[in-house]
Design a protein around this ligand. Structure first.
Ligand code: SF4
Ligand code: SF4
Length: 168
């Protein structure tokens, strides 16, 4: 190997025995760690840790949580089964069966409206595509859990009525 062009003595620096065993650096590092440990023990209120599940994180209003379907004043779904959300959904996880609405002012309504929450990527495109503001991801629910895959496939009744739960 050639050291030509390098300042004289740049490769000649010798590491002292004290530096070469890294002992003092290990002690210094442990000192910092133990310092933080002791400080945190006596200042628990300043720690950013959340005592989940007793304490829950509050996300911003813009957070996309589990879906819900909006209702009309009479309690029926606001959805007109136009299929815009199902068409735009990149995960292909919305399934809607449309039926003729008894009210002639409203063309259609969703006879079934199913979302597979395990396929959903919470992109929010369904919400943005909806012309009736009939589907929203503003429940704030993020802790979605169930004991079987089938329970993640939620239907119209569930989406219209459950505003609080993430565990089924
Ligand atoms: S949030 Fe995205 S992935 Fe989930 S149902 Fe809506 S469009 Fe599909
Ligand atoms: S939720 Fe909105 S976009 Fe989806 S089918 Fe109903 S009206 Fe159309």
């Amino acid at each position: 190997m050639s050291f030509e062009g390098l300042p004289k003595g740049s490769c000649a620096k010798k590491t002292s025995f004290r530096d070469s065993i890294y002992f003092w650096e290990i002690v210094r590092g442990l000192g910092v760690t133990i310092g933080h440990l002791v400080y945190n023990i006596f200042h628990t209120s300043e720690m950013p840790t959340l005592q989940y599940p007793e304490e829950k994180k509050i996300y911003s209003d813009r957070f996309r949580g589990r879906h819900r379907l909006m209702k009309r004043e009479d309690g029926s779904p606001r959805c007109v089964a136009c299929q815009m959300c199902a068409t735009v959904c990149p995960a292909d996880c919305i399934n809607i069966d449309a039926a003729e609405h008894p009210d002639s002012e409203i063309e259609k309504f969703p006879e079934t409206f199913v979302i597979d929450l395990l396929r959903c990527v919470y992109c929010g495109l369904c919400e943005e595509a909806c012309p009736c503001d009939a589907i929203r991801l503003d429940t704030g629910i993020y802790e979605i859990a169930a004991d079987s895959r089938d329970k993640f496939v939620v239907d119209k009744e569930f989406l219209l009525n459950d505003r609080e739960h993430g565990s089924y």
